[in-house]
Design a protein around this ligand. Structure first.
Ligand SMILES: [Zn+2]
Ligand SMILES: [Zn+2]
Length: 442
C-alpha cells in the first residue's frame, strides 16, 4: 500500500497538535507524551485481547438484568415505588419529554449495549485470528460512541437519588442495583484496557506483532515539523499517518474519510457554542422539577435544588449537582470561547494550557447529564399518591439540549488549528529533546 512515503514509515503525528513524531513504545509504567502539547499518545499496556473478551462476555450477560431488574423501592406514607433503568426512561416519554427520553435512552441503554456487542465481536474475531473487513467499521463505531455512553454517570445519579431520599423514605435495595454497578465496573475496565492504537495495529496487520516499533537514538536533528508541513495527513479516527494525496478518500486502515483538519471546525463550533448559550438561559431559569405535596405543586429550578441541598446540610451532594449542572456547562462554553479566540493569529500564548483545556472540556462534558438522571429516577420512585409525587418540568429539555450541544461543540473543534496559526519552529526552539518524550503515567 503506497499510502505513506517509505521515509515516514516509522512516524506518527500528534492528534491534538499535528506535530510529526517518531513512533515509540512506552516502557511499563510510562506513557509516550507529545513534547509540544502534552497529549498522551500511548500507554504501556499488555495486549490483552482475551481479557477484554472475557469482560465483554460478562458485561453482555449482566446487561439485561441490569436494565430490567428493579433497582430499589422507596416507601413512605404507606405507598411504595420501585424502578428499573428502562422505566425511568419510559416515564419521560409518557410525560411528553421526548428529547430527554431519547437522550437518556441512547446514553444509558442503547450505546452501552452497542459498545459491549462491538467489542465482544471484535475481540472474539481477533482471538480466533480472523480479520473480516467489518472489524474496521465496528471498531470505528465503538470509538465514536464511547463518549456518548454514560452509565457511570447514571450510577452516580442513583447514589445521589438514594442520599437525597434517605431522610424521607425507607429504601429497599434489589438485585438490579448490584447488576448495574457491576456492569459499570466492567464497562470502565474495558475502556481502560482497550488501547486504540494497538487494536488498530492488530486489525491492520491481521495479527502481526501488534507492537509499536521502537527506534532508539534515531531522531531528527532538524527542527520538528507538523504532518501537514511534510505533506502527510493523520486519520482522526484511527491515528494512522497517510500521504496528503489521499485527502477526501477513505483511510487505508479504518476507511474513515481522511481530512487534514475537521471541516469548517471554527464555524461549526461557534454555531454550537452560541446554541448552547441560548439554551442555557431557559435551562437555568425555568423549573426543572416539580414536587407535588398534598396536591400543592412546588416547581424548582436547578439553583433551587442546589440551595435546598445546602440548607439541608447535604453540602457534598449540593456541590456535586452545582458542579455537574452549572459549573461544567458554563466552564465548557467559556473554555470553548477561549479556544476559538486562540485560533486567531496573535493569540499564541499559553498554548500548552489551552491544549490541556481542550482535553479537559472533551473529558468532562458527559457528567452534566447527572441531574437529568436523578430526575429520571425520582419521578418514577417518588409517587406516593396524593401525598407526594415528583415530575419533570420544562427546563429538562433545554438542559438536555445544552449538554448535547456542548458535547458536539467539543467534538467539532479541531485543536490542531490553534497550533497551525503559528510556526512550529518558534515554539519548539526551547526543546532540545528528541521528538518522542517519555513521561510518567499519570
Ligand atoms: Zn501534540
Ligand atoms: Zn483511519
Amino acid at each position: 500500500m503506497h499510502s505513506l512515503p517509505d521515509s515516514f514509515a516509522h512516524f506518527t503525528a500528534c492528534p491534538d497538535c499535528d506535530l510529526l513524531l517518531q513512533k515509540a513504545e512506552a516502557p511499563t509504567g510510562y506513557s509516550v507524551v507529545c513534547p509540544r502539547c502534552g497529549k498522551t499518545l500511548s500507554r504501556s499496556s499488555a495486549a490483552s485481547i482475551s481479557k477484554v473478551l472475557a469482560l465483554s462476555i460478562a458485561g453482555l450477560l449482566l446487561y439485561l438484568p441490569a436494565m430490567l431488574l428493579p433497582l430499589m423501592t422507596f416507601k413512605s406514607f404507606g405507598f411504595s415505588g420501585s424502578a428499573n433503568i428502562l422505566e425511568s426512561i419510559l416515564n419521560f416519554y409518557r410525560n411528553d419529554y421526548y428529547f430527554v427520553a431519547l437522550m437518556v435512552l441512547l446514553s444509558a441503554v442503547v450505546f452501552p449495549l452497542i459498545l459491549l456487542t462491538t467489542i465482544f465481536y471484535i475481540t472474539y474475531k481477533l482471538q480466533r485470528k480472523r480479520y473480516p473487513s467489518v472489524l474496521r467499521a465496528l471498531f470505528r463505531l465503538h470509538l465514536h460512541l464511547e463518549e456518548w455512553a454514560m452509565i457511570e454517570v447514571y450510577l452516580l445519579g442513583i447514589l445521589i437519588t438514594i442520599i437525597k431520599m434517605s431522610g424521607t423514605s425507607s429504601i429497599a435495595y434489589h438485585s438490579g442495583i448490584l447488576c448495574f454497578s457491576c456492569l459499570v465496573l466492567i464497562t470502565l475496565a474495558i475502556s481502560t484496557i482497550v488501547d486504540r492504537d494497538l487494536f488498530w495495529q492488530i486489525i491492520e496487520d491481521e495479527g502481526g506483532e501488534g507492537k509499536v516499533e521502537v527506534l532508539p537514538g534515531q531522531h531528527d536533528q532538524e527542527a520538528p515539523q507538523t504532518a501537514a508541513e511534510k505533506g502527510l495527513i493523520l486519520c482522526h479516527t484511527c491515528h494512522k499517518l497517510s500521504s496528503v494525496s489521499l485527502a477526501g478518500s477513505g483511510c487505508p486502515r479504518c476507511r474513515a474519510i481522511l481530512q487534514q483538519r475537521k471541516p469548517h471546525s471554527v464555524a461549526r463550533t461557534w454555531a454550537l457554542v452560541i446554541t448552547s448559550t441560548i439554551f442555557l438561559a431557559p435551562a437555568n431559569l425555568l423549573p426543572i422539577m416539580e414536587v407535588d405535596f398534598l396536591g400543592i405543586p412546588d416547581r424548582s429550578t436547578i439553583v433551587d435544588g442546589i440551595i435546598h441541598f445546602l440548607q439541608d446540610g447535604s453540602y457534598f451532594i449540593g456541590l456535586i449537582i452545582l458542579t455537574a449542572s452549572i459549573l461544567i456547562p458554563v466552564f465548557k462554553i467559556v473554555g470553548l470561547l477561549i479556544l476559538l479566540r486562540a485560533t486567531r493569529p496573535g493569540h499564541d500564548h499559553f498554548l500548552v494550557q489551552k491544549a490541556r483545556l481542550y482535553r479537559f472540556i472533551a473529558f468532562v462534558g458527559r457528567w452534566s447529564m447527572l441531574d437529568i438522571f436523578v430526575i429520571a429516577l425520582l419521578s418514577v420512585l417518588v409517587n406516593y399518591g396524593f401525598f407526594t409525587s415528583i415530575h419533570t418540568a420544562p427546563a429538562a429539555t433545554y438542559f438536555a439540549f445544552v449538554v448535547a450541544a456542548t458535547m458536539f461543540a467539543a467534538m467539532t473543534f479541531d485543536p490542531r488549528i490553534i497550533w497551525d496559526s503559528h510556526a512550529v519552529k518558534e515554539n519548539s526552539q526551547h526543546h532540545e529533546q528528541p521528538a518522542t518524550l517519555l513521561g510518567k503515567t499519570p
